[in-house]
Ligand binder design. Structure first.
Ligand code: SF4
Ligand code: SF4
Length: 167
């Protein structure tokens, strides 16, 4: 039969000899390759004891920022959600009540703020869109989880600790 291309290769199908069927030479060649790798520079690291250095432009998990008095910066304006190409951010806005001035910096705040880390592509557009310095991407990456719900990060996961109480 005529070959379709000139790259066709004729395979030798003659029966293997007794020595070839022992595979000793091939095993020996494989061991040489394995042994040679013992002296090469390792390309892997022993994670999690050892961690790789991230690039200065690495974008990881998000944080929601507070001001110096511990009040939440986010005013639930929704610009981050609009800018998000993955539609990973959802929020519910609420009005600040009298007596809550120590909790929220402005009259409006996010009663619920969630980021779906399975949808997020860590592009950083939310950080760029935010006019209130409220959302930042850090150098931490999302830890593993067995359930999808574990990747929905809410305010308790995202808010940085209070600068005065540490909670
Ligand atoms: S980093 Fe990008 S994909 Fe992730 S929440 Fe922000 S805007 Fe959306
Ligand atoms: S994080 Fe910033 S952009 Fe997003 S809702 Fe809050 S204030 Fe607006």
């Amino acid at each position: 039969m005529q070959a379709l291309t000139e790259r066709a290769k004729l395979v030798d199908r003659k029966p293997m000899t007794f020595v070839e069927r022992l595979y000793l030479w091939n095993i020996f060649k494989g061991m040489i390759i394995t042994f040679a790798h013992l002296f090469k520079k390792k390309v892997t690291v022993k994670y999690p004891e050892q961690k790789r250095e991230f690039s200065p432009v690495f974008r990881g998990l998000h944080i929601l920022n507070r001001d110096s008095e511990g009040r939440e910066n986010c005013t639930a304006c929704g610009l981050c959600a609009v800018a998000c190409p993955a539609e990973a951010i959802t929020m519910e806005a609420a009005e600040r009540k009298p007596g809550e001035e120590h909790l929220y910096r402005e009259e409006k705040y996010a009663a619920r703020y969630e980021i779906n880390m399975l949808r997020c592509i860590f592009c950083g557009f939310c950080e760029e869109a935010c006019p209130k310095d409220a959302i930042y991407l850090t150098e931490t990456f999302a830890p593993a989880n067995f359930k999808r719900e574990g990747f929905i990060y809410g305010k308790p996961d995202l808010l940085i600790p209070h600068p005065k109480t540490g909670q």
